[in-house]
Design a protein around this ligand. Structure first.
Ligand SMILES: [Zn+2]
Length: 177
């Protein structure tokens, strides 16, 4: 058991960059481990998803933890929607631990994920309905390929979506608060 847990912990973090933006994105190994467990690697697997939590400073947006999926979510092969009450409980719980709500993640049954029209609409609704202290959110899609190639992450603010360029880093990186 311990052995299989250790094996599933990725040996890398994922770094993200946007052109002309100094702030970098860091997705930590424990967050990647959680996301990796929900990859749609079988033909019958339904979409999974949840929320992203971490810290933000001038230099870095750091994804420390991913939560979900939850009982009561809407899930099918090509659709995911978090149970709103469960998502809110997760946000309140992480807030108590000093972690900010950073955005949403869900899986796609494709190797290298891209956003669907449904995803764009969902993110618009989310941005306009939430009372955030930051005016932008992350949207992450977890595909079937392993590593950075199987991830797609956008920075969404208003109608503006920008996709982070992702790479893997095997160096141990300090998580700064
Ligand atoms: Zn989607």
């Amino acid at each position: 058991m311990i052995c299989s847990l250790a094996k599933s912990m990725p040996r890398y973090s994922v770094l993200g960059h946007l052109d002309d933006v100094h702030q970098a994105l860091l997705i930590t190994r424990p967050a990647l481990q959680h996301l990796g467990r929900h990859r749609q690697s079988t033909p019958w697997a339904t979409e999974a998803g949840g929320q992203l939590f971490g810290t933000i400073n001038a230099a870095q947006v750091c994804v420390i933890e991913a939560s979900g999926p939850y009982a009561g979510d809407e899930r099918s092969r090509y659709r995911y929607r978090s149970n709103p009450a469960a998502a809110q409980r997760a946000i309140d719980d992480r807030h108590g631990k000093g972690l900010l709500y950073l955005g949403e993640w869900h899986t796609h049954a494709e190797d290298h994920p891209s956003a669907s029209d449904l995803d764009d609409d969902a993110m618009d609704r989310l941005i306009s309905s939430s009372q955030l202290n930051s005016d932008s959110l992350l949207m992450m899609i977890v595909g079937r390929a392993r590593g950075a190639a199987g991830l797609a992450v956008w920075c969404v603010s208003g109608k503006n979506m920008r996709q982070w360029s992702l790479s893997e880093s095997s160096e141990s990186i300090l998580v700064s608060k």
